[in-house]
Design a protein around this ligand. Structure first.
Ligand SMILES: NC(=O)c1ccc[n+]([C@@H]2O[C@H](COP(=O)([O-])OP(=O)(O)OC[C@H]3O[C@@H](n4cnc5c(N)ncnc54)[C@H](OP(=O)(O)O)[C@@H]3O)[C@@H](O)[C@H]2O)c1
Length: 259
């Protein structure tokens, strides 16, 4: 494929051709684009590719009404998530997911560990927590300007990078991760933050695991909080879909269709 970076686009190919070397472009074009989609997104949109992953029961719940979510899917689907993390530069959750799940967000030996990112407004985060074990993997906490100093200092002492932002939004975090040179950011948050990320237009791809389980409960959370959609015609469509069964679970992958 031709490098989409305007600084080089096509010039390498041209030089090779001028040297008498035959260059064929467009072979398996779609597969090439997919292989490089994080890089392409950085070049075209000046931000990393955003991937939203969630696991839900067949009745569309990502946790029980008490907020307990471990485990919805089986071991093979979870291992697939570990492999997915190894292909990402960062994995993002919100403070509530840290409080409810105490996640590790590592690749569990399947490859490199992404930087673990937490968004929390007031830093009312549990102590201890797996994410503060920075010898396992790096952790960055993004917080607001007025978050209290004591938890920020304790996190910093544990080796966690604490960054205060004027605007604590998924878009602002995405920009921060772009500046770090990241190409693929995995959002493994709950529905409130996931909806905010979608509304900020920084999600390009969805990985939805569906487990053949029913938990019910009107108060049990769903993959997405309010998106302000009132008509089915306003629903966000996904395209280029793939369906994979992983033991008893189903993985649906798709790209957010842009207008
Ligand atoms: N099954 C799954 O795939 C899955 C995955 C993740 C989570 N969960 C479940 O989801 C539930 C938690 O859901 P949640 O939606 O509260 O998740 P979350 O991932 O904790 O996101 C919400 C939190 O993000 C922080 N935040 C910071 N800036 C924000 C902004 N601009 N907009 C929105 N949030 C911002 C806040 O943390 P502070 O309150 O600290 O300020 C807020 O409470 C738990 O029950 C957990 O078990 C399930």
């Amino acid at each position: 494929m031709v490098d989409p970076d305007p600084r080089v686009a096509g010039s390498g190919i041209e030089r090779l051709r001028q040297a008498g070397i035959e260059v064929v472009v467009g072979v398996e074009e779609a597969a090439c684009q997919r292989l490089n989609e994080g890089f392409v997104c950085r070049i075209l949109h000046q931000r990393p590719l955003g991937l939203l992953k969630f696991a839900m029961t067949l009745d569309g719940k990502i946790a029980t009404a008490t907020g307990q979510s471990q485990w919805i899917t089986g071991p093979s689907a979870r291992a697939e998530v570990h492999r997915l993390r190894a292909t990402c530069d960062a994995v993002v959750v919100g403070g509530n997911t840290v409080r409810c799940d105490n996640p590790q967000l590592t690749s569990h030996g399947h490859g490199h560990n992404p930087t673990r990112v937490v968004m929390s407004r007031q830093l009312n985060l549990p102590w201890p927590a797996s994410l503060w074990q920075t010898e396992v993997a790096a952790t960055v906490v993004f917080t607001s300007l007025d978050a209290p100093a004591a938890p920020a200092a304790a996190l910093t002492k544990a080796g966690v990078e604490v960054i205060r932002l004027t605007q604590l939004t998924p878009q602002a975090i995405t920009h921060q991760l772009y500046v770090r040179g990241y190409a693929v950011v995995l959002w493994e948050c709950g529905g409130i933050l996931a909806a905010a990320a979608l509304k900020d237009n920084i999600i390009d791809k969805v990985w939805a695991f569906v487990a053949p389980k029913l938990v019910g409960g009107q108060a049990a959370p769903t993959p997405l909080g309010d998106l302000g959609i009132n008509q089915m015609g306003e629903a966000i469509p996904l395209e280029r879909l793939t369906y994979r069964s992983i033991e008893e679970d189903l993985l649906i992958e798709g790209y957010v269709k842009r207008a």
